[in-house]
Design a protein around this ligand. Sequence first.
Ligand code: NAD
Length: 383
Amino acid sequence: MLHLRESRTLRQPSDGSTLTITDITGEAAELPAFDQHERIWCGRDDERGLTAIVAIHDTSLGPALGGTRIWPHQSFEAALTDALRLSHGMTYKAAVAGVPFGGGKTVIMADAKKDKTPALLSAYAEMLAALEGQFFTGEDVGLTVADADFLRDRAPNVTGTTKGGSGNPSPVTAEGVFLGIKAALFHQRGSATLQGVRVAVQGLGSVGYSLCKKLRAHGAHLIVADIDESRVANAREAFDAEAVAVDKILAAEADILSPCALGGIISAEAIPSIKAGIIAGSANNQLARHEDAHLLMQRHILYAPDYVINAGGLINVTAEFAPGGYDRDIAMAKVRKIPETLKDIFVRSDRQRRPTNDIAAEIVMERLRAAREKDERTRQGPR
Ligand code: NAD
């Protein structure tokens, strides 16, 4: 049980606002997922129904950037753990993608279907404005482009909007995942053709549905599952997809498993029943534990590390910060480098007989170390 001290307060209710923002870094350090986060803020506004956690993991490469997830976690500790794991993943994603940003993430404890009111979003926008300079955000599960636009009208540090921003990042994420799937196929089979290849897609949301469209257009046979029946019905209709129950999708008879829902699903319990030879999808934190990648390797399942293959959206929003402004062609050219990075990771993994996520983490560490050393040299000045 986490004990919150309300001692370090960034913002108290004032001028009619009922929002409090508290630094809970010390308390969060008790959790196993903490992993040396730089700062964690908790925004609370009981009147407007907001409980938001902004986790800032590592800013060695630049200011923290990460989406806002709205999810009805059962406890504050579960929401905080989710935020910590996701912001840690964002540090890794930015480092591998080679963009000058650090890792951050927001988790808002709410049900996006019932609780996402203008009042809640206004309170959150006030929190974001107070964190200007240290944190940028955008869409994630539960937060739509329209919501991002709403926030952008009230806070400057919101990306992925249609208000002078790069718009919805999901189709770009889907394009990166699509190219990554082809890179994985080529590595395993020597051919990247999708004709007749069976792909099991878990989650038919913004990314999953867009990915299905691309896969189907290239001749793949789709097996799909979603907790939202209407999305499954749409995919059956639009892509002639085969539907399976949500608890059957991981073990579906498929060549490729593409997790595009939530994280933690590739676990020691689930791995023995996976039939696909490749795991490549958009979901963040797919592995329940980092070490589970060894089990995948033992079963000769090629795993495309999540934060490498799903970086398209991040690459797209960070293109908004280019000196000349957002240029879609430049952003897409960077997204097309995702399969090259994956190829490099696959080859190194084979040569060194080490899991792909160990190789990816090594690349991250090299880049973070280099940035910290450069920073240190700049601080010390010329000798
Ligand atoms: P979304 O909310 O639009 O879609 C998620 C879908 O998963 C929904 O249709 C939901 O009903 C379904 N789902 C939830 N639990 C499920 C379960 N147990 N079984 C089957 N389906 C389930 O989210 P999204 O933007 O498409 O993102 C999907 C994943 O990709 C998330 O993990 C997200 O963090 C990650 N991601 C998204 C982006 C992006 O650009 N949107 C970028 C990087 C990573």
